[in-house]
Write a protein that binds this ligand. Structure first.
Ligand code: IPM
Ligand code: MG
Length: 352
């Protein structure tokens, strides 16, 4: 098995190093090759997704990514900015299905900003379409109108095959869980998502055991805070999924806990924490590596079909949390506060 390691920017290298530590401790037969992406790609090759990095990713079975972005690149032309590297690799590898599980570990019930009774027992899977929508729709850009005023344009668009294939991912995953899919749209205002809803309804005929419901995105944002445990699988488009998954992460105590998998049609995948590069805390050894380590568990499960080792990693995270180890973002009274690297060590120790 071939794995591409793309640490990226900010805290990316630190958290990826912990995930690699965990992978090495499992002693699997995986060859790993590292390459730059994002700001690191721009520094190395003048491109946030250097050709060699893209080629390596294409030649690998899976990609492990840290995070991209740093304020110091905000002034660059848009196509040179770190985020563009991330969006391009998703598109080039056709990683249309983004899985973002929000799972509350019981030990972290107090770390959430919501009351423990609202979040305890939470186990929600957000499925976000990742290669379409307003993120990629044409036309786009900033132009100058005849009267000299500037206008910004982006286009929300989905065709039915794009909707159907992400819907299928959601229904298939729901079949292995509690058999409930909530499709999130804004069908009362946006035609794109009116079509989204129609296609979801058509598709549901093939999954008679799954209960399909629909929710407008504004209501979904509210319901996630009011009563998040009503959800099992949530499926939505690229932009809504971006926003709702950040919101859902806080239910779990910290955005530092949320892993993700981005899959193509044959389960080749890119695995990354759902959080960003946090340049303000980079290099200080205080970042939470658990989202990245949990992304490794997802990689073992979805791309390498190795459920046993996926569970092993997830159980090691549970053990370390039960032992009281906490990074700064999830620390509460009476716990052992540790840095990024020490948390990686705690997970390795818990594996054995
Ligand atoms: C995410 C991030 C990215 C996105 C950014 C960094 C381009 O917020 O993965 O959720 O918007 O998809
Ligand atoms: Mg986001």
């Amino acid at each position: 098995m071939k794995l591409a390691i793309l640490p990226g920017d900010g805290i990316g290298p630190e958290i990826v190093a912990q995930a690699v530590k965990v992978l090495n401790a499992l002693k699997l037969n995986i060859s790993m090759t590292e390459a730059p992406i994002g700001g690191a790609g721009y520094e190395a090759a003048g491109d946030p997704l250097p050709d060699a990095t893209l080629q390596l990713a294409k030649d690998s079975d899976a990609v492990l990514l840290g995070a991209v972005g740093d304020w110091k690149y905000d002034k660059l032309e848009r196509h040179l900015r770190p985020e563009r590297g991330l969006l391009r690799i998703r598109k080039e590898l056709n990683l249309f299905a983004n899985l973002r599980p929000a799972l509350l570990y019981p030990e972290l019930a107090d770390a959430s900003t919501l009351k423990p009774e609202v979040v305890s027992g939470l186990d929600l899977m957000i499925i976000r379409e990742l290669t379409g929508d307003i993120y990629f729709g044409q036309p786009r850009g900033i132009t100058t109108l005849e009267n000299g005023e500037r206008e910004g344009i982006n286009t929300m668009r989905y065709n039915e095959s794009e909707i159907r294939r992400i819907g299928r991912v959601a229904f298939d995953i729901a079949m292995k869980r509690n058999k409930k899919v909530c499709s999130v749209d804004k069908a009362n205002v946006l035609e794109t998502t009116e079509l989204w809803r129609q296609v979801m309804i058509e598709l549901s005929a093939e999954y008679p055991e799954v209960e399909l419901s629909h929710m407008y995105v504004d209501n979904a944002a509210m319901q996630l805070i009011r009563a998040p445990k009503q959800f099992d699988v949530m499926v939505t488009g690229n932009i809504f999924g971006d926003i709702l998954s950040d919101e859902a992460s806080m239910l779990t105590g910290s955005i530092g806990m949320l892993p993700s998998a981005s899959l193509d049609a044959s389960n080749k995948g890119m695995y990354e924490p759902s959080h960003g590069s946090a340049p303000d805390i980079a290099g200080k050894d205080i970042a939470n590596p658990l989202a990245t380590i949990l992304s490794v568990a997802m990689m073992l499960r979805y791309t390498f079909n190795d459920e046993a080792n996926a569970l092993k990693v997830e159980n090691a995270v549970k053990t370390a949390l039960a032992q009281g180890y906490r990074t700064a973002d999830i620390v509460t009274d009476g716990c052992k506060k540790v840095g990024c690297s020490a948390m990686g060590d705690a997970i390795v120790a818990a594996l054995n």
